[in-house]
Design a protein around this ligand. Structure first.
Ligand code: ZN
Ligand code: ZN
Length: 409
C-alpha cells in the first residue's frame, strides 16, 4: 500500500476572537497569508476542539490530545514534561517539579521570584544541587531557560500529593511543603530538606558572590511548584507504528515529544521566542521527513503575542508563519500528508487561553478538497471535516496516510 508520511504543524495559541480595531476580524483573518490560504484551498478543513468544546486547554494537555492520548486519563501535571524537556529521562515513580531560581533574604523571605531573571551561571548552580542525597531520596536537578529549572525526586514511596514551596508573591516567607493527603508525607519531607540544603549550597556559591558584587540579586533559593509523577504514555512508535520526531523551541514541548516516544530534533535558531527562525524549522522538518514517518513542528510565537495582547504583533507573526508554509509548499515531497492547526486559542483581548476551537487544514495528494478558500477561524467552519476533537486528529491523519487497520472483516 502507498503509505505516506505525516507532517503535523502546530501553531501555538494561534486561534483568536474578532478584534474591534481590526474591523471585527481575527488576526488570522486580518493577516495576508497566501500560502496558508493555498493549503486551505487545496485541502480539507474544519474546526478542532483541542480537548472538548468549551474546554480551555493548556499546551501540555492539548499536545497530549493531538498525539491521540486521552488527556484526562494520562495527564499528571506539567512538571514531568518540563523535566523531559531539559533532558531528564524520568523513571516510574519519579516526582518532577517546575522550579525558579529565586532570591531570598536571611529570613528566607522572597525578595525576587526570578532572581533578577538570571541568565548566566545557572548551569553551574544546577550542577551544585544535582545528585544531592536526602536520606533515601536522590535529587536530579537541571537548569532550564533563564531563571527556570527542574527538580526530580527519585526514591521509593514518593507521591505528587504535596503543596508548592513557591510563595508566588515577593515579601512572603518560603513555605514548607505540606502533604495534601496521607500519601505525600515522604515527598514533603524530602522537598523541605531540599529547600534548606539548596539555600545552604547556593548562598555562598561563587556565581552568587559575583552577582552580589555586581549589585545583582543572588539566585540563592529554589522555589518549586506543580509536582507530578512521570506519566505512563504508550510511545507513538508502538501505538501507531510510526517513527516520529518533533521540532520545537520551548522545553515544555520538547518534553511532550520525548514523553510520547518521539525524537527531538534541535534546530539552530529555533528559540521558542518571537525571534525564532521559522524557515530553519521548515528546513529541519523537510530533512526529518526523509527518515521519519511522523514529524511534528511547534511554533510558539503566536501564543506569546496572545498573552501580551498584541494583535498587530500576532499579525506579523502570522505573516512569518506564512513564509514558513511557502517554503514547505515549494519543497514538499508528493507523499506527505500535512496538517496545519493550533493547540488552543490565545485571544489577544483575553491575554490568556480560551476554550474557542482552532482551525484545522489537512492537505495531501488526494484529499477531498472542500470549498474553503482561507485558513482562518470562520472560513474553516464551512469545511468538510466539520468539528473534531483533538483526539480525532491522529486517526484522521493515519487514514489519509493509508496507515490504518481495517475494523471488522
Ligand atoms: Zn500552547
Ligand atoms: Zn500560552
Amino acid at each position: 500500500m502507498d503509505r505516506r508520511r505525516i507532517l503535523l504543524i502546530i501553531f501555538d495559541g494561534l486561534g483568536d476572537r474578532p478584534i474591534t480595531e481590526l474591523g471585527h476580524k481575527t488576526p488570522l483573518e486580518a493577516a495576508p497569508k497566501p500560502n496558508l490560504d493555498w493549503f486551505a484551498a487545496n485541502g480539507t478543513n474544519g474546526l478542532l476542539d483541542p480537548i472538548a468544546p468549551g474546554v480551555t486547554a493548556g499546551s501540555d494537555t492539548s499536545h497530549l490530545a493531538l498525539f491521540g492520548y486521552d488527556p484526562v486519563e494520562t495527564y499528571t501535571g506539567r512538571g514531568p514534561f518540563e523535566a523531559a524537556g531539559v533532558g531528564l529521562a524520568l523513571q516510574k515513580g519519579d516526582i518532577a517539579f517546575r522550579c525558579n531560581f529565586a532570591s531570598v533574604d536571611e529570613n528566607l523571605v522572597l525578595t525576587d521570584r526570578r532572581a533578577g531573571r538570571i541568565k548566566e551561571g545557572t548551569a553551574e548552580l544546577a550542577r551544585a544541587l544535582d545528585g544531592m542525597r536526602l536520606g533515601r531520596v536522590r535529587v536530579l536537578f537541571r537548569e532550564g531557560t533563564e531563571h527556570r529549572a527542574v527538580l526530580v525526586l527519585r526514591g521509593k514511596g514518593l507521591s505528587a500529593d504535596v503543596s508548592d514551596t513557591d510563595p508566588h508573591e515577593e515579601g512572603q516567607k518560603i513555605p514548607d511543603a505540606k502533604p495534601t493527603n496521607g500519601k505525600g508525607k515522604n515527598t514533603a519531607k524530602a522537598l523541605n530538606a531540599f529547600t534548606r540544603r539548596a539555600y545552604e549550597i547556593l548562598k555562598d556559591h561563587p556565581v552568587n558572590k559575583a552577582r552580589t558584587e555586581k549589585g545583582l540579586p543572588p539566585a540563592n533559593m529554589v522555589v518549586c511548584r506543580g509536582g507530578g509523577v512521570a506519566p505512563d504514555l504508550e510511545p507513538v512508535t508502538e501505538r501507531y507504528g510510526l517513527k516520529a520526531a518533533g521540532i520545537a523551541g520551548v522545553a515544555l514541548i520538547k518534553g511532550m515529544f520525548r514523553s510520547a516516544g518521539m525524537d527531538v530534533i534541535e534546530v539552530k535558531g529555533a528559540t521558542g521566542g518571537l525571534d525564532t527562525d521559522m524557515v530553519a524549522k521548515a528546513e529541519a522538518a523537510l530533512m526529518a521527513l526523509t527518515t521519519y514517518d511522523l514529524v511534528v513542528v511547534n511554533v510558539k510565537a503566536a501564543d506569546l503575542c496572545g498573552h501580551d495582547g498584541h494583535a498587530s504583533e500576532k499579525i506579523k507573526v502570522i505573516e512569518r508563519m506564512d513564509q514558513m508554509m511557502g517554503h514547505l509548499k515549494a519543497h514538499l515531497p508528493q507523499d506527505v500528508v500535512v496538517a496545519i492547526t493550533a493547540d488552543h486559542s490565545t485571544p489577544c483581548g483575553l491575554k490568556d487561553h480560551s476554550g474557542d476551537p482552532v482551525p484545522l487544514t489537512v492537505f495531501g495528494n488526494d484529499v477531498r478538497v472542500d470549498e474553503v478558500p482561507h485558513f482562518d477561524e470562520r472560513s474553516v467552519a464551512r469545511g468538510s471535516l466539520g468539528r473534531l476533537r483533538g483526539r480525532d486528529l491522529m486517526p484522521v491523519l493515519l487514514s489519509q496516510a493509508n496507515r490504518t487497520e481495517k475494523f471488522g472483516a
